[in-house]
Design a protein around this ligand. Structure first.
Ligand code: KG4
Ligand code: ZN
Length: 349
């Protein structure tokens, strides 16, 4: 018997829909089709995500994307067994769109729904890659809102090892990019500019690098970038901007790499999984690959196009939770959402 799971992601500024098939032989669920609409261009004028606009756009996109995914997979709505959606964390209004549509579809089809934790989606997304990991592993979760190191022993078995005490790594990229006059979203733009710069040009702080624990702090870095950026305000020189971008990226990447290595040492594990939008960063991938190869550690990443938010990871996480028996699909269609939802409170939800 196989299970067809529709996944809907609408926690921030991407509407993602996907269909996966989970077979009961325990194999990693298979991605049949997925579709994505990014609102980046719509929010660019405002320099960041405008929650009300995000919600309205999710409403416009979600059903057409669902039809697109079903057509791609050659399936009709009644073939869906479970409708999964992102329950949190994220923007409340945006989450409610996905939850509302999922519950409406579930109720109309007479199928259960399953609310998924967005970060669990990111965490499990490398299972859709050509080189899927095996449990247990250390996970470095680096997104726009979160920076966490976790020990992962199985589906739903996540122990927090360390996390940021202020800004997330993605936020550090985005805020520094803004100071450099780059558009939204800043991470990829800063990474592009950094290619032409000297990573050693500016000595920027590596906060908590030697703190002895696995926590991160990026707020001080943003202040240091601001101080440097002010120096060349009014006389923008491309090379100076590129040097500052490269130095900023180098500081963020060095902290992420060193803390990941410490987490591997502390747990004794030989496998690292990197997930979340910042996991798309090429410099981070190069540095992690090099450091881990020296230590006989295997590193797994999501496919590049599945690093940032998407529906595939939500459908996958739901399917893996169902397969492993840790999920309780609902038929009360209460479409509750949890805009703030720490991953270590998953079990109590
Ligand atoms: O996982 P994600 O799509 O959304 C959240 O769940 O937050 O991550 C988005 C974050 C943004 O901060 C974005 O600037 C960053 O990931 N990002 C990158 C790159 N691609 C996306 N940061 C650095 N380099 C990249 N190539
Ligand atoms: Zn995300």
């Amino acid at each position: 018997m196989s299970l067809l799971v529709l996944g809907i992601e609408s926690s921030c500024d991407e509407t993602g829909v996907a269909l996966v098939r989970a077979d009961d032989d325990g194999a990693v669920p298979h991605l049949l089709a997925h579709a994505l609409h990014t609102q980046a261009a719509m929010h660019a004028d405002y320099g960041g995500v405008v929650p009300e606009l995000a919600s309205r756009d999710h409403i416009r996109r979600v059903l057409p994307l669902t039809n697109q995914v079903l057509a791609q997979a050659g399936k009709a709505l009644p073939a869906i067994d479970v409708v999964a959606y992102t329950r949190g964390p994220g923007l409340a209004g945006a989450l409610l769109v996905g939850a509302g549509v999922a519950c409406a579809l579930g109720a109309a089809l007479g199928r259960p729904v399953l609310g998924v934790h967005h970060l669990e989606g990111h965490l499990l997304s490398p299972f859709l890659s050509a080189d899927p990991p095996q449990f247990p592993f250390v996970a470095l979760l680096v997104s726009g809102g979160h920076t966490q190191l976790m020990r992962v022993d199985g589906v739903g078995r996540y122990a927090l090892l360390g996390e940021t005490i202020d800004d997330a790594a993605g936020e550090a990229f985005d805020k520094s990019a803004k100071l450099l006059g780059l558009g939204y979203p800043g991470g990829p733009a800063l990474a592009r500019l950094a290619e032409f710069g000297d990573p050693a040009a500016y000595k920027l702080p590596r906060p908590l690098l030697h703190s002895g624990n696995l926590d991160f702090s990026f707020a001080g870095l943003k202040t240091a970038v601001l101080t440097q950026a002010r120096r060349f305000e009014g006389q923008p020189c491309e090379q100076t901007r590129a040097d500052l971008a490269a130095s900023t990226q180098a500081a963020i990447v060095e902290v992420l790499v060193k803390k990941s290595l410490k987490a591997l040492e502390a747990t004794g594990l030989k496998r690292l999984v990197v997930a979340g939008g910042v996991g798309a960063n090429q410099r981070l991938r190069e540095q992690l690959d090099g450091a881990c190869a020296q230590r006989q550690v295997r590193v797994h990443y999501p496919e590049l196009h599945l690093c940032t938010d998407n529906g595939a990871m939500i459908a996958l996480a739901a399917a893996m939770r169902l397969q492993s028996g840790v999920a309780r699909p609902r038929t009360d269609y209460a479409f509750d959402v949890r805009p703030r939802w720490p991953l270590d409170q998953l079990a109590e939800a």
